[in-house]
Design a protein around this ligand. Structure first.
Ligand code: B12
Length: 210
């Protein structure tokens, strides 16, 4: 528990090398990936988010904390990706237009890969047309849209609309997620599913594909 608190604090402080080292130590002590991610990193990011909202910290500090979290995730990556290679399905993921947040989307990608799915990551600031082009090219079963800003949520709606008009809609399931997203919003925009975190997203993908 103490170690997870240390990971959380070092992430908040943006001490990337120390986060990497503490994460390795947590793995050596056989702590679960879920505990490290949830109690170490995600809890740190919600504290950072609160501090930012209250003007106690600003974008540079948020960025430095995000880098520290990435350094920790890098240590976990080989374990998260260690799944079987025979894919259960193909999934395209991306952060929608105007939005540069990618930590949650990356985590989602790693968990899905670990869960046995082939993941094609389109990156951040992905326009609806780019999602459509990728669907045509890769023919996935699932498309996962991520948004962290309330101002970019309309582009999620736009992406669902563009995919809807393409004639390919019945061949794909569209899932949405990100801190400001809810099941209600997913229903409103005509998405096929919503999950609050990357772990539940893997379950959701299993469910929509079954
Ligand atoms: C780190 C961070 C940044 C970093 C991002 C670095 C990076 N490479 O991602 C930087 C500094 C760049 C940044 C910039 C900005 N940010 Co910022 N940021 C954050 C912060 C602190 C953490 C986000 C994060 O990584 N969380 C951890 C991850 C693991 O969680 P997650 O993304 O929610 O993902 C999980 C789930 O949601 C889910 N999930 C995510 N995507 C998907 C997709 C699918 C399909 C599914 C099923 C599930 C799923 O699974 C994930 C894993 O469990 C949040 C606060 C917060 N608590 O969210 C603010 C926050 C999102 N940012 C905010 C703001 C305002 C900004 C800026 C506008 C600030 C500015 N003035 O410039 C810019 C916008 C830049 C842009 N155009 O995108 C606000 C948004 C407010 C709002 N209502 O829209 C927040 C909420 C802070 C706050 N409290 O005010 N930010």
């Amino acid at each position: 528990m103490k170690l997870l608190n240390e990971i959380q604090q070092a992430t908040i402080d943006g001490r990337a090398p120390e986060v990497a080292q503490l994460t390795q130590q947590a793995l050596d002590e056989v702590m679960s990936l879920d505990d490290i991610i949830n109690e170490g990193f995600i809890s740190a990011m919600s504290i950072i988010g609160e501090k930012f909202k209250n003007n106690e910290i600003f974008v540079p500090e948020m960025l430095i904390a995000a880098r520290a979290m990435k350094a920790g995730l890098k240590v976990l990556e080989p374990l998260m990706l260690a799944g079987e290679r025979k894919y259960l399905g193909k999934i395209i993921i991306g952060t929608v237009k105007g939005d540069l947040h990618d930590i949650g989307k990356n985590l989602l990608g790693m968990m899905l890969q670990g869960g046995g799915y082939e993941v094609i990551d389109l990156g951040v600031d992905v326009t609806p047309d780019k999602f459509l082009a990728a669907v045509k090219e890769h023919q996935p079963q699932v498309v996962g849209l991520s948004a962290l800003l309330t101002t970019t949520m309309p582009f999620m709606k736009e992406t669902v609309k563009v995919l809807g008009e393409s004639g390919l809609r019945d061949q794909i399931k569209i899932l949405v997620g990100g801190a400001p997203i809810s099941q209600r919003f997913a229903d409103e925009i005509g998405a096929d599913g919503y999950a609050a975190d990357a772990g539940s997203a893997v379950e959701l993908v299993k469910a929509v594909l079954s």
